[in-house]
Design a protein. Structure first.
Length: 264
């Protein structure tokens, strides 16, 4: 694919199943070393996750690496290198009221993260899924309040469940995430829109980027990347959007891929 490392100025990495491996429950030392080397070589590096900032911090992904930015909640929030918020999209209070009313009527447990993390129902399935992804189980089980700042809403009934009642909200779309998780996302917002904001902030909006991902909420991020990398342990439905399928996240795949394409 030519000397892509000369055309690309930034590298974006998903967290779960990509930068953080849930088989070994760690960030591989080789990945840490590779990202640091890429940064030293002049590339901007950022995490681009479905997790909001507070949930990402639970995995200690910000330790030992000075990231140039963070994109959270699948593009809903964009933070600078100091984790100061520079852009936020989200539902209006009227839209949120409708979302939570539908969930209450259908007895659906929603996981909500923003100014507070809470569950709307005491649901063992939701707690099991959150624990599997090393998410702190919220102490609060309560309804949404209008004063809550909401960055993320997730559901845990699986991909075959009929969530169509939520589609009465024109500004909403349903996004498959990791495992059985379905996120409620603002229409027109995805990881790529977050990347666009980040590239503008860096002054690199006319330049290309490279991205690593493993699940369908990475689709737009990979579709628009100059070099799109899918993890072999990821959702196979993502593979058609990738230029290259690297090894699994529990192998030294990030390091080897960056070496193969001469970024480090």
């Amino acid at each position: 694919m030519g000397k892509l490392h000369q055309k690309i100025k930034a590298i974006f990495l998903d967290i779960d199943g990509t930068f953080f491996d849930h088989v070994t429950n760690q960030i591989l030392p080789s990945s840490m070393e590779a990202i640091q080397k890429a940064k030293e070589n002049g590339y901007k590096i950022a995490l681009c996750s479905g997790r909001p900032l507070k949930m990402a911090q639970e995995l200690c992904v910000f330790n030992d690496i000075e990231w140039d930015g963070f994109i959270g909640s699948a593009g809903n929030t964009v933070y600078d290198e100091h984790l100061n918020l520079i852009r936020k999209n989200g539902f209006t209070n009227q839209e949120l009221q409708t979302i939570f009313a539908i969930a209450h009527q259908k007895h659906l447990c929603l996981y909500v993260n923003g100014s507070h993390a809470f569950l709307t129902e005491d649901d063992s399935k939701a707690k099991e899924v959150l624990a599997r992804f090393h998410v702190q189980i919220p102490n609060q089980i309560r309804p949404w309040k209008p004063e809550d700042s909401v960055e993320m809403i997730s559901m845990f009934e699986g991909y075959d469940y009929d969530y169509s009642d939520f589609l009465c909200i024109p500004s909403l779309r349903l996004q498959k995430s990791s495992g059985c998780i379905v996120d409620l996302i603002k229409e027109g917002i995805n990881k790529y829109t977050g990347i666009q904001s980040m590239m503008h902030y860096w002054g690199l909006h006319e330049n290309d980027y490279m991205a690593f991902g493993d699940s369908l909420n990475d689709k737009e991020m990979l579709q628009n990347a100059k070099l799109a990398i899918a993890m072999r342990n990821g959702d196979t439905a993502l593979f058609p959007y990738a230029d290259f399928i690297c090894d699994a996240s529990y192998q030294d795949s990030i390091q080897k891929t960056l070496q193969q394409f001469q970024f480090i």
